[in-house]
Design a protein. Structure first.
Length: 307
């Protein structure tokens, strides 16, 4: 089984010797090459062979700026025995308006450019974050139904078709409190998207936060899994939680080290082992000692595989 790590693991200010997330971004801006050199050296030292890029300063354009070109990034990775396993797409998650044709054309073009980078750096998957749901009982209510998901499914199909021409697959991520995490929501968007162009990235921790059983959800769509996140959670969050720009911070108290939560890891490892070409991405929260956290996570995952 191939192991990668989500670069959000390196977001902890303590790892960079500063006090805030803003200061981490400032370090990256001041000397991008030194920032990325430390980052990639640490990933290699941790013993995984792939990375999943995420939001700035851990995004693909920041990497290109650091090493001067896409070829420069590929060379820096190769020198350390690394590849880009996947890239996380935040454009849908953070876009203010997905309805306009101009906005959708921009997203498709950006996704295609991202896919070309991922392919050049050894990967073949883009993990897609979906828009958030509305807070429960907020007025007027916006329903996640056939009418509202149809246009989104169409956009996802077009994104998948654009990246397929490059040899990269788009996989939808089960981000808690998005329109693609609760079991019924996953089934709906899987039904509405074309299985030749749109794939699946299950994340057990996020599914648990929404009150679902990750194994039940993943087994219903096993044939579309092309990558999976490995993360644990202690239990579901209250239905009434406020869903706004702070929702991701509200998730954090529910996440926990693998093995301390509700995921049935031996069963998860067996299921993911049957998906022979899928990367297993260790999605660890920002860690003060990310190298140790990645080593511990990888050792735990391997013990589940052999269990």
């Amino acid at each position: 089984m191939k192991f990668a790590v989500d670069l959000v693991t390196f977001y902890h200010p303590g790892f960079w010797g500063v006090e805030s997330y803003e200061a981490v971004a400032a370090i990256a801006a001041a000397d991008p090459r030194a920032f990325w050199t430390k980052l990639l050296d640490s990933v290699a030292d941790a013993g995984v062979t792939g990375i999943e890029l995420t939001f700035p300063p851990f995004d693909w354009r920041s990497a290109v700026a650091a090493f001067g070109s896409v070829d420069g990034v590929a060379a820096a990775l190769s020198a350390r025995g690394l590849v880009v396993a996947s890239g996380f797409v935040v454009d849908l998650d953070r876009a203010p308006d997905l309805a306009g044709s101009a906005a959708q054309a921009h997203i498709v073009a950006e996704t295609e450019a991202y896919a070309r980078f991922v392919k050049a750096c050894g990967g073949d998957v883009l993990v897609i974050g979906l828009p958030c749901r509305q807070t429960f009982n907020e007025q007027p209510p916006r329903f996640v139904d056939l009418a509202s998901m149809g246009p989104l499914a169409d956009l996802l199909n077009r994104m998948g078709a654009a990246t397929a021409r490059i040899g990269v697959r788009c996989a939808l991520h089960t981000e808690a409190h998005s329109v693609f995490c609760a079991p019924r929501d996953v089934d709906l968007l899987m039904l509405l998207t074309d299985p030749r162009y749109v794939f699946f990235c299950p994340d057990p921790a996020h599914i648990i936060l929404e009150g679902g059983d990750p194994l039940v959800v993943a087994r219903r769509h096993t044939e579309r899994i092309v990558i999976a996140h490995w993360k644990d959670a202690t239990g579901p969050m209250p239905r009434e939680v406020v869903i706004d720009h702070g929702i991701y911070d509200r998730h954090k108290p529910y996440f926990c080290p693998m093995g301390d939560g509700r995921v049935d890891w031996p069963a998860w490892a067996t299921l993911m082992g049957a998906v022979t070409d899928a990367w297993s991405v260790l999605e660890l929260d920002a860690a003060a000692d990310p190298v140790a956290a990645i080593r511990d996570g990888r050792a735990f995952a391997q013990s589940m595989i052999s269990a």
